[in-house]
Design a protein around this ligand. Structure first.
Ligand code: NAD
Length: 357
């Protein structure tokens, strides 16, 4: 064996109802918090403010997607004026993203209470949008010091967000299995993450009050975030960024559509990862892409790029942009191969390994 593994330890409090421990956890990090949330989650932000009582210095509910620099400047002025010493993010990647941008500028610690399956709370990755361009980077200072997972907070997640955000978490795990710097520790997280999510998402949709399943989905999300924060991603994420960034396709839905075809493309070059995915999905190696497709289609999500609004005339351009700059992928990436993958994803037929040239 030969590998490098770097752990970025943080504290995780996990379980139904654990949000009520927020005050005692927060007190370990600071004395005066700003609660950060999106406008849609103002009510939840106020609930958290009540829980933390005198530790609440301000409730800021103007977080939006992709962390615009204007929002960061606005929130940072409050942080400075109110002499805030700890950032408390409640919500999905947008609320946590705002906390991370503030931490990058101020070095203040973050306590995160995630309510989606995006997994940002477990990564040192930050993002910031300025003049319509999103910059991202990695800095350990932005990784939340404490994360509280409370399955009750996922009860209000709309069905579509449950499915697409959950499939996004599966994608973090799947690509982690064949990352350039993949290692046996991260592969353990990744395989169990896929298993937990693939098993729990259908149960949540079938019986929304199944709290055991909701806890399992959050556990898979946590593992997906640990994978995303530890190793590099490859073709799947590159394609999703191209489709999201240049063609404006929705983030989580695009992940849901592309994943089976990205795995299909890489399959012949990733035997160990295919073994792990087959175990996690309880299927055969040959049927891993098909099983991922069945999972998302059985949960009612879109399965084709056409359904997301892409035009067939855009496929050549996507292939060109996605292959312009070289990056790591287990199977060499060329324009012709990626164009073929995109055609499959555009049509949205169930992927079979036998189709791959
Ligand atoms: P989000 O935070 O943008 O939330 C989407 C919407 O759902 C918002 O209106 C929010 O208020 C609402 N919402 C969230 N949780 C809810 C709940 N439990 N019930 C009802 N409504 C709820 O969505 P997201 O998918 O969590 O985050 C996406 C963003 O996170 C993107 O900008 C993405 O780039 C970023 N991201 C970053 C990382 C990282 O490591 N830095 C990882 C994953 C995603």
């Amino acid at each position: 064996m030969d590998f490098q593994y770097v752990s970025h330890a943080n504290r995780v409090i996990f379980g139904q109802g654990k949000m009520k421990q927020t005050k005692e956890e927060l007190a370990k990090l600071g004395k005066k918090a700003i609660v950060l949330a999106t406008p849609e989650q103002s009510e939840l932000a106020n609930e958290v403010a009540e829980i933390i009582e005198e530790l609440c210095g301000f409730v800021y509910t103007k977080a939006v997607q992709h962390v615009p620099v204007e929002t960061v400047i606005d929130a940072q002025a409050i942080v400075e004026k109110e002499k805030i010493d700890v950032l408390l993010a409640v919500g999905g990647g947008s609320s946590i993203g705002l906390a991370k941008a503030l931490a990058l500028n101020t070095s203040l610690p973050i306590l995160a209470i995630p309510t989606t399956y995006a997994g940002s709370e477990m990564t040192p990755v930050w993002g910031l949008t300025e003049n319509n361009r999103k910059k991202t980077g990695t800095n350990i200072i932005v990784k939340p010091k404490t994360v509280i997972y409370d399955s009750n907070l996922t009860l209000t997640l709309p069905k579509w967000l449950t499915v697409t955000s959950g499939m996004n978490a599966i994608a973090h795990c799947a690509e982690g299995l064949y990352a350039e710097n993949a290692n046996p520790i991260v592969s353990l997280f990744a395989e169990d993450g896929v298993r937990a999510l693939a098993s729990s998402l259908p149960r949540i949709l079938e019986k929304p009050e199944d709290m055991e399943a909701r806890g399992e989905a959050q556990y898979g999300t946590m593992l997906g975030g640990m994978v995303l924060g530890s190793v590099g991603m490859a073709l799947h994420h590159k394609l999703c960024h191209t489709l999201g960034g240049t063609f404006n396709l929705p983030h989580a839905e695009t992940h849901t559509v592309i994943l089976p075809y990205a795995i299909q493309y890489n399959a012949s070059h990733i035997p160990k990862a295919m073994d792990a995915l087959a175990r996690a999905l309880n299927t055969t190696q040959d049927d891993v892409p098909g099983a991922l497709y069945d999972l998302s289609s059985s949960l009612g999500s879109h399965t084709s790029l056409e359904a997301l609004g892409l035009k067939v005339s855009d496929l050549d351009k996507v292939a060109e942009i996605a292959t312009k700059n070289p990056y790591y992928n287990p199977r060499p990436v060329n324009k012709e191969g990626i164009r073929e993958l995109l055609q499959y994803a555009f049509e949205g037929k169930r992927p079979e390994l036998a189709y791959v040239k």
